[in-house]
Write a protein that binds this ligand. Structure first.
Ligand code: SAH
Ligand code: SF4
Length: 357
């Protein structure tokens, strides 16, 4: 059987293995391909057309962030988050991937949302972000300082689509990327180790529930009433909470999988006991299939502040009392502007042309 390029199908398998398992970034290194084919590929195709423009590590080296320039000059961010082993669970290396350059949804607390939308990423541009860090970890495995004896981690264990952009707005390219990352001939990462986070695009959530792919779904909820949610998330006017929750219920029925609800805590805006009660009420019908992830906001130029530890504890206790499982995301990487969009904003501000007066 011959592929579209007129080559035997096993060649595709070999190329897959070089790119997704050996992580090579040039065709010349693919030593089991005929020289002629390598030369043709060099001329007609390219691997990972990304240039690293800026690279930062947090002081403890558990968060590494890169700013990547795409072939057309657009800038995106990707983050690697490293977690040492904890009790029963082994060490994790999670890549936070961008799905678009910019974002069209304009959430008020989000640095990416304030930039506006540039374009969708191709599936190759999504995958290239993962391969960048996979390469880095393979070359230099990471072990937590102060944890002697723990096995160094040399591979990516999790992928979250929580970088710049709205993954379900770029549905086909994101799904293609996830399938390649999941496939045994490709990157071979279990679907249960991948998470798609969405602002709440109802038709796309319904479509996702019909895919035979066991990825995790996270919904950016961030407010428990339509009135409050529409103030920080304009998308709520198009897909209000009733429709969003109905789509989540159907997703759960179709997949029997738990859904995570992300709740960015904005001090004095959505962190009151009343909001916690309303949130518990909203999610009660989903029973044990709903999990809330509380995320103290990373301060951006918008002026929101994270609540203090007491307010966070009080908020979570109300959820617990009402039987809603919840966790709080540990803040990390603050010293390197870890919230999505912040590094690019900082970079662009620094490189802005100084107006001539
Ligand atoms: N567009 C998708 C995925 C990218 S954003 C979505 O909105 O879900 C990933 C997560 O980061 C979302 O839950 C988003 O609300 C959150 N986020 C955005 N700005 C943030 C900030 N300043 N601090 C903390 N989390 C933020
Ligand atoms: Fe876009 Fe998500 Fe940011 Fe909202 S939070 S603006 S959907 S990237």
């Amino acid at each position: 059987m011959a592929g579209r390029a007129g080559e035997a199908a096993f060649r595709a398998k070999q190329i897959y293995s070089w790119i997704y398992q050996q992580f090579v970034d040039n065709f010349a290194a693919m030593s089991n391909l005929p020289l002629k084919l390598r030369q043709r590929l060099e001329e007609e195709a390219c691997i990972g057309p990304l240039v690293v423009r800026s690279e930062m590590s947090s002081k403890d080296d558990r968060t590494r962030k890169i700013l990547l320039e795409l072939a057309d000059g657009k800038l995106i961010e990707s983050v690697l988050m490293l977690y040492p082993p904890l009790g029963e669970s082994s060490a994790r290396a999670t890549v936070c991937v961008s799905s678009q350059a910019g974002c069209a949804f304009g959430c008020t607390f989000c640095a990416t949302g304030q930039m506006g939308f540039d374009r969708h990423l191709q599936s190759g541009e999504i995958i290239a972000q993962v391969l960048h860090f996979a390469r880095e970890l393979r070359a230099t495995p990471w072990s937590a300082a102060g944890l002697p004896g723990s096995t160094p981690i040399d591979h990516i264990t999790n992928i979250v689509l929580m970088g710049m952009g709205e993954p379900l707005h770029n549905y086909d390219n994101v799904l293609q990327a996830l399938r390649i990352l999941n496939s045994a001939a490709g990157f071979n990462l279990g679907a249960r180790h991948m998470t798609v986070s969405t602002v709440g695009l109802v038709p796309a959530i319904r479509k996702l529930s019909q895919e035979q792919l066991q990825v995790n779904l996270a919904i950016s909820l961030h407010a428990p009433t339509n009135e409050a949610r529409s103030q920080t998330m304009p998308v709520n006017r198009k897909y209000p909470l009733e429709e969003l929750l109905a789509a989540c219920q159907d997703y759960i029925t179709a997949t029997r999988r738990q859904v995570t609800f992300e709740y960015v805590l904005l001090a004095g805006v959505n962190d009151t006991p009343e909001r916690a009660q309303q949130l518990a009420e909203l999610l009660a019908p989903l029973k044990q299939f709903a999990h809330v992830n509380c995320i103290p906001v990373n301060a951006t130029s918008a002026g929101y502040r994270p609540p203090g530890p007491d307010a966070i504890r009080a908020f979570r206790n109300i959820l617990f009392e009402r039987g809603i499982s919840n966790s709080v995301r540990a803040e990390r990487g603050d010293d390197i502007a870890a919230a999505c969009g912040q590094l690019r904003t900082r970079f662009e501000n620094r490189h802005k042309a100084i107006p001539v007066v």
